[in-house]
Design a binder for this molecule. Structure first.
Ligand SMILES: CC(C)(COP(=O)(O)OP(=O)(O)OC[C@H]1O[C@@H](n2cnc3c(N)ncnc32)[C@H](O)[C@@H]1OP(=O)(O)O)[C@@H](O)C(=O)NCCC(=O)NCCS
Length: 184
């Protein structure tokens, strides 16, 4: 089981960082809708998250992740119970040729940027990767996303290559991304 819980003293606020549970599904819908509206650096257009899953499907997914050992899906919540950030990391044990590879994604609500949440949640995931014998952790990031790039470089990720036109915004603008990885 991938269980985690801590109280994190951020710069300017206190948060609980823990596994998401099935009962967090409704708040996750609200959170995803919010963050998808405030940045173009996540993989969805606003509203797409709610179009992709029903509440029941999301509850079931979160329950499965919390009970399983192949994914750690963390949320950070304020003392008032508001979702401030999410960070998910996974690998597949069933594939012997690639079970040493993990994938990670992080998002922080803009009201809570620069408080240390992104760095703390990524660091917890790096420890989880070490515990699970993951040797390579990968992610993709928009080449214009200087905040995220600053975070990833400082945690030891390196650019492996550039993928052109990997995303297309509603106004037709194409997005290039870097494939990045950290080797343990
Ligand atoms: C990128 C993101 C996760 C950073 O989260 P955060 O909680 O604000 O980050 P932290 O406060 O932990 O800061 C971590 C590091 O990020 C880097 N960083 C943050 N803002 C930066 C900026 N404006 N320019 C350059 N580096 C920056 C710094 O290295 C910083 O470390 P420092 O505070 O020791 O200098 C957050 O801005 C976010 O969710 N953005 C929108 C969604 C997104 O882009 N997700 C990543 C998709 S690949």
């Amino acid at each position: 089981m991938s269980r985690y819980r801590e109280v994190f003293e951020g710069k300017g606020g206190r948060f609980i960082i823990r596994n998401a549970e099935g009962t967090d599904a409704p708040r996750l819908f609200t959170y995803m809708d919010h963050v998808d509206r405030e940045t173009v650096f996540l993989a969805r257009e606003p509203g797409e998250f709610a179009e992709s899953y029903t509440l029941e499907q999301e509850e079931e997914l979160l329950r499965r992740w919390a009970e399983g050992d192949e994914k750690l899906f963390l949320i950070a919540e304020t003392e008032g119970g508001e979702l401030a950030a999410t960070c998910g990391c996974f690998y597949s044990k069933g594939r012997r040729r690639s079970r040493h590879i993990g994938e990670i994604a992080v998002s922080v609500r803009q009201d809570f940027w620069r408080m240390g949440l992104g760095r703390r949640m990524m660091s917890i995931q790096l420890d989880w990767c070490r515990e699970h014998q993951i040797e390579k952790l990968k992610l993709t990031v928009d080449t214009q996303n200087t905040r995220a790039l600053g975070l990833y470089f400082s945690l030891g990720f390196q650019v492996e290559g550039k993928l052109c036109g990997e995303g297309k915004l509603a106004d037709g603008t194409c997005q290039d991304v870097y494939a990045m990885a950290k080797f343990f």
